[in-house]
Structures are given as C-alpha cells and as structure tokens.
Write a protein that binds this ligand. Structure first.
Ligand code: GLU
Length: 331
C-alpha cells in the first residue's frame, strides 16, 4: 500500500472515532419495580432530571420495570443495571449479609446514593374474607409477592408478629401488579405490598367491584417487630389517600421502611454525581413529579442508608455541606 493511502486511511479512522466520541453517550439504566407501584414513576422522575442535562453530562438514563428490591440489589451488583431502587431493610440485609444473602455474605460492593419516599408494609384484604386483623390471615389465601420483591421478605416478619408461620397460610407468589385483579376475582383473600402512598396499584384495588379494606398492624405488634428488626418504624396509611376503601375513617396503623437508591462501587463517579446533583439541586421539581415524593427533604434523603455512600454522591454532598447529615461510618 502506498504511504499516502495509508496516511489517508489512518486519518479517516481517527476522524470517525472523534465524531463518534463526541456523541458517545453513557447509557444508564435504573431498576425499579412493577409499573403500578411508586418505584417505576420515581425511577422515571430520576431519569427525567438526569436527561434534562443530557448534553452536559453526555448521559442518557432509562427506567426498567423489575421484580423489586431484592432483584435490584442483585442486578446492580451483577452490573446488569447501574442504579436500583430498593427498600432500606433490603439494603441493610445485603450490606450485612443477612437473610437472602446469608450464604453469600456481606455485599461489599453495594453503595448508597440517597433515600427516597417512605414505604408502608400494606395489607389489602377483601371485605368478604373477614380478615380484620393479622391473626385472621390463618388458613387464608394470601399473595406475598414474587420472590425478588420487598413484600415477599416483609410478609414473613408480619406473620410472625401475629404468631403465624408461613405454613399457616395458603401462600401465592404473584407480582403486585396482578394482585388487585386476583383479589377482585376472588382468587386471593388478601395481598401484601410494601409501597409508597398514594399509588395506582392500591387505587385499583380499592375501587374495583369488590369491597376491600386495609389490615392494621397494631401498636403491640409493631413494637414486637421493631424490637426484632431494627429497620421497621411505626407509620400509618392515610385513609384520605383511598376514600373508596371500606373500614371507617381512621388512619390504618402499620409499619414501614424507606425506599432508597443504590448502586455499585463499579459505577462511575460521573454517573452517580450527575444523578445526585440533578435531584438535589432541583428537589422542588423532582418532588412535584409524584405525590409519594411530595414531602421529601434533603435531610431525610440522607437518612435510612446502611451501605457506604458512593464516592460520586459523596463528592456532591461535600461540595454542598450536606455531608453533615450523613452518618460518619458511611462517608
Ligand atoms: N417495595 C417494593 C419492592 O421492593 C416495590 C414498591 C414499588 O414498586 O413502589 O419490591
């Protein structure tokens, strides 16, 4: 080959690479939950905030519906997704190597980014099932959610608070997205869903052709749970969120956890910094994107994490002085 031609080919290859380089986006995937929950729209809201600055960061974020918290932790650690929304109790178990991570041990690559909305371990029962309190679930057909979801893990704790074992229950393991229809078809008596409120799944459940109600976790049962599992807090379901539910005008006592955003230590600072900065700098807009996000505060968003905070997020928190709200062992 003559020298001129060779130089021409080399120059052409370099200029194509340069052009491509300038458009080469980093694609970021956020793992969420079922489409009728809060993770999916919350993940969509995170994407929206990042993608507004797509030009600046050279990042394009997309949201993915998934099986929920446990699935998301494993998918983040496997590098299948970059960011994942997971319950604070599931984050805790993964970091400490408990429960479903007992055999594999502490998940040392897991990193926290920030916390999101509160989630309530919600139990919805058909009126005709006659389930009015936890103990009434004995012998009933209950959907505890798909393996991989947060509610699948929480349901066993809740049964224990009523002195029930999983073997006392006719257990269904279907995704939350299908649970309202199963309830209305009479194929289950109740279902668990650990989720932020309000959400379209529970709206669908309470406004169908069958009357349904919430099953409370009473104060004594909540105390028992909090003593045994440090990640639960006392909370309630606001009846105003679901006026169509039967069972009176009183808020329903319950236990809850927090939704949190996690990633892996393998994910770049650039991506995690962009996500953190765009949400915190534009928190008011972010809060307006879903009613379950409406009450978020910067300080609350830095509580409820157990994994070390990712270095890209930490960079932003140090720049803004928000690091003072983060527990010192996570910095
Ligand atoms: N907390 C549920 C889970 O971890 C998901 C809730 C939601 O999608 O909003 O599986």
């Amino acid at each position: 080959m003559n020298k001129k031609l060779l130089m021409f080919i080399i120059a052409a290859v370099f200029s194509i690479a340069a052009v491509h380089g300038s458009y080469a986006k980093t694609f970021v995937t956020i793992g969420t939950g079922g489409v009728t929950g809060v993770y999916f729209p919350a993940g969509g809201a995170i994407c929206r905030m990042i993608n507004k600055k797509s030009q600046i960061y050279d990042i394009k974020a997309t949201v993915e519906p998934t099986g929920g918290s446990v699935h998301n932790v494993n998918a983040v650690l496997a590098g299948d997704i970059d960011l994942g929304i997971v319950q604070s109790d599931i984050q805790y178990q993964a970091v400490k190597g408990l429960d479903q991570w007992k055999d594999r041990g502490p998940q040392t690559k897991l990193r926290a980014v920030f916390s999101l909305h509160p989630e309530v371990v919600t139990i919805v029962a058909s009126d005709k099932s006659k389930i009015r309190k936890l103990a009434d679930m004995k012998g009933k057909r209950i959907n505890i959610g798909n393996p991989g979801s947060g509610q699948y893990v929480n349901s066993e704790d809740i049964f224990s608070a009523a002195g029930l074992k999983i073997s006392d229950i006719k257990v269904e393991k279907t995704k939350a997205v299908d649970a309202p229809a199963l309830l209305h078809d009479g194929r289950i008596d109740a279902f668990f869903y650990t989720v932020g409120h309000p959400n379209s799944n529970i709206r669908e459940a309470v406004s169908g052709r069958m009357k349904v109600r919430f099953v409370p976790v009473d104060a004594e049962q909540a105390d028992y749970l909090i003593k045994k599992f440090p990640y639960y807090v006392k909370t309630f379901i606001n009846v105003k969120d679901y006026p169509a539910a039967s069972g009176g005008r009183k808020n329903v006592s319950a236990v809850g956890v927090k939704a949190t955003l996690v990633t892996s230590s393998d994910v770049s600072d650039k991506v995690v910094y962009a996500a953190t900065k765009e949400i915190f700098d534009n928190l008011e807009e972010f809060r307006s994107l879903h009613p379950a996000l409406a009450n978020l505060t910067q300080k609350d968003m830095l509580q409820g994490m157990t994994a070390p905070v990712h270095s890209g997020a930490m960079k932003y928190y140090k720049e803004t002085g928000l690091d003072r709200y983060i527990s010192s062992d996570l910095r």
